[in-house]
Write a protein that binds this ligand. Structure first.
Ligand code: ATP
Ligand code: MG
Length: 137
């Protein structure tokens, strides 16, 4: 069993895609261990995306992710980290296959609808950033 961290980004929330995205993970068979809607404070956004702080798009990435409500969740299931990344699709929607979330719902790299942890280590770090241990079911 693995746990991974997923976030419906502000564009996904604004476009009313939360239900559609949650349904995909539920139908696949992942267990929802935690779920909340929030506005991400700037400091949390900078810590979440700390690996990208030197990139030219860091400022716009933080501005975007703090631009409106998001839905954060923890999913549990066999191989959850890699399986969820597969369902999310490639970072750039032009490379994301049809049938993946980004392939079906996104067209641009800066507003690509959803985040999912890239590794087990990232998942543990990100879950701890967004949830207290007692919030996990
Ligand atoms: P995420 O971490 O959001 O799940 P990812 O792991 O697929 O996405 P990363 O390389 O971690 O991709 O990039 C984080 C986010 O930064 C991307 O989702 C995208 O919105 C943005 N991003 C990445 N590369 C670029 C780029 N070259 N130009 C603009 N934005 C970018
Ligand atoms: Mg990433």
């Amino acid at each position: 069993m693995e746990r991974t961290f997923v976030m419906v980004k502000p564009d996904g929330f604004r476009r009313g895609l939360v239900g559609e995205i949650l349904a995909r993970f539920e139908r696949k068979g992942f267990r929802i261990l935690a779920l909340k809607a929030l506005r991400i404070p700037r400091e949390l956004a900078e810590r979440h995306y700390a690996e990208h702080w030197e990139k030219p798009f860091f400022g716009s990435l933080v501005a975007f992710i703090t631009s409106g409500p998001v839905v954060a969740l923890v999913l549990e299931g066999p191989g959850a980290v890699a399986e969820v990344r597969k369902m999310v699709g490639a970072t750039h929607p032009k490379d994301a296959l049809p049938g993946t979330i980004r392939g079906d719902y996104a067209t641009t790299i800066d507003e690509n609808v959803i985040h999912a942890s890239a590794s087990l280590e990232d998942a543990q770090r990100e879950i701890a950033l967004f949830f207290r241990p007692e919030e996990l079911l």
